[in-house]
Design a protein around this ligand. Structure first.
Ligand SMILES: [Zn+2]
Length: 172
């Protein structure tokens, strides 16, 4: 009977073990050769991984927006942080949106944002980014449109107003 009680295998919850390790043994992390004393403080202030992508979003009036997006994974967690930069339809030559959006992403280093709960700083910052971007786009539309784009837009407008040509077989 004693054999029956013996468990066939033992489940070791490694996730818990790792969680404890990551909280208690942070100085043992091999990651940073420059500074061996990685504290919880510095882990919150470093990115483990950052990536960039183009995404679609919705504006305040439901309009479709094209976004330049930066996604960052902080050293102290497994939930990514996301910062967006609205790409203007008339794009200025040489503007590096990844540099702009990185400045925004970096504000999430060390802040207290939680999933579905923005910290006090980002409650103000995020709507400000959106209104700032929309204002910038609005201003860019009032500046003279380059002739090349103006001509293209005019041609496309004419094309869209022309009824589609229907070809009926047999009819000549
Ligand atoms: Zn925050």
């Amino acid at each position: 009977l004693s054999n029956v009680k013996e468990p066939v295998f033992t489940v070791v919850d490694k996730r818990h073990q790792y969680a404890e390790e990551s909280q208690q043994d942070t100085p043992k992390v091999q990651e940073a050769p420059a500074n061996p004393a990685i504290t919880e403080f510095t882990r919150k202030r470093r990115w483990k991984s950052v990536g960039y992508m183009i995404a679609m979003g919705r504006g305040p009036s439901g309009e479709t927006l094209i976004l330049g997006r930066a996604v960052g994974l902080r050293m102290d967690g497994d939930k990514p942080f996301v910062a967006d930069y609205i790409l203007p339809p008339l794009y200025p030559r040489g503007l590096d949106w990844t540099a702009e959006v990185t400045k925004r992403l970096d504000t999430f280093l060390g802040c207290e944002c939680k999933e579905h709960h923005a910290c006090d700083m980002h409650k103000n910052l995020i709507p400000g980014w959106m209104t700032g971007d929309m204002k910038r786009i609005g201003e860019s539309m009032t500046v003279a449109v380059p002739e090349a784009i103006e001509v293209l837009m005019r041609l496309e407008q004419i094309k869209s107003k022309t009824p589609p040509l229907i070809i009926c077989p047999g009819q000549r």
